[in-house]
Design a protein around this ligand. Structure first.
Ligand code: DQA
Length: 157
């Protein structure tokens, strides 16, 4: 392995219902399938991944706080909290870890209320619209970022 701490892959509300929930939007993969895909890709890249999911905002905040000293980066699909949660945004800021925001769907071609993300303000990158593959792409992006194979995108970097 690489000496990197594990990457935390965190999922928010209703993502435990993947496979059952609106499969025409979110696809047929279960959350277990997604986790297997992430684990497999991460192993091929020589990094570890850990997983968390909660339907509760405060629990997600707690998991992000714990990641501060235990993870090398956070790949997060905050579900509907993407569009509402200042608490998750604040937790991600205090974690001081690179964040990649993930969505299975492309929120920008959906309802207007999904167009704003608090999480994007703190994310190094965003992957959206590729179904379960979005997570795998986010793992690839995170590993590249952690190994400094790709630049951080923002001005002033
Ligand atoms: C989602 C998009 C959100 O708008 C929605 O509330 C979700 C899932 C996605 O993965 O496409 O729960 O984050």
């Amino acid at each position: 392995m690489t000496g990197l701490r594990p990457i935390l892959v965190l999922n928010g509300p209703n993502l435990n219902m993947l496979g059952v929930r609106e499969p025409h939007i979110y696809g047929h993969h279960t959350l277990g399938d997604v986790e297997d895909m992430c684990r497999e890709r991460a192993a091929a890249l020589g990094v570890e991944v850990t997983f968390g999911q909660s339907n509760y905002e405060g629990e997600l905040v707690g998991m992000i706080q714990q990641a501060r000293d235990g993870a090398s980066g956070i790949v997060i699909n905050p579900g509907a909290y993407t569009h509402t949660s200042v608490a998750i945004y604040d937790a991600l800021k205090l974690a001081e870890l690179p964040v990649i925001e993930v969505h299975l769907s492309n929120p920008h071609r959906r309802e207007e209320f999904r167009h704003h993300s608090y999480i994007s303000l703190v994310a190094e990158g965003i992957v959206a619209g590729f179904g379960a593959r979005s997570f795998v792409m986010a793992i690839e992006g995170m590993v590249g970022y952690l190994r400094r194979q790709v630049p951080a995108g923002g001005p002033g970097d």
